[in-house]
Design a protein around this ligand. Structure first.
Ligand SMILES: [Zn+2]
Length: 173
């Protein structure tokens, strides 16, 4: 008797029942009542009566995601991600480019200031390194080391004197 129930116009999750579909005939010859349903994503699907009634089927299923992604409908989290991901990707790409560009600018200036080929080689403690390499190792700018040199410091003092004020960013030496 339950099969008499008309589900037309009823909503089950994302599905709205449009009309009665052709029955499915089981192997044992039983008729299974089915409904043509319209999913919120615009996809049409045929769902068994029982699956609608017991809440087993609430959307057009697997095809759902593909369809939703293709037509960019707001349709749950997966859709949201589907739309946001490419956007996020392009933002990331732009940021990366921007960073790369500013890095290039920065790098350009840096090279001007302390071109590695002009960087003098200092020997200390048995090691011969260019000033830029010492600077890198010590975590200071080459400019800082060269400035110390200009002040007449010897190599050992230049390379071993800690940047006491560096933590608060005020030290020039
Ligand atoms: Zn759908």
């Amino acid at each position: 008797m339950g099969n008499r129930i008309d589900l037309t116009g009823h909503r089950f999750g994302r599905l709205v029942v449009l009309e009665r579909a052709e029955d499915h005939i089981t192997k044992s010859g039983k008729n299974v009542k089915r409904w043509n349903c319209l999913c919120d994503c615009g996809n049409k699907t045929i769902v068994r009566h029982g699956n609608l009634r017991n809440g087993k089927t609430t959307s057009c299923g697997r095809l759902h995601k593909e369809k939703v992604g293709a037509i960019n409908r707001t349709h749950g989290l997966s859709t949201k991600h589907g739309r946001l991901y490419p956007l996020w990707k392009s933002i990331k790409y732009r940021c990366y480019n921007k960073n790369a560009k500013s890095y290039k600018d920065y790098g350009g200036r840096g090279i001007k200031m302390c071109d590695i080929s002009n960087s003098p080689v200092w020997e200390y403690n048995g090691e011969k390194l260019r000033v830029v390499e010492w600077a890198e190792r010590l975590g200071v700018t080459p400019h800082c080391l060269l400035h110390r040199k200009e002040l007449g410091w010897d190599i050992e003092r230049i390379l071993t004197t800690p940047l006491k004020g560096d933590n608060n960013g005020k030290a020039k030496l």
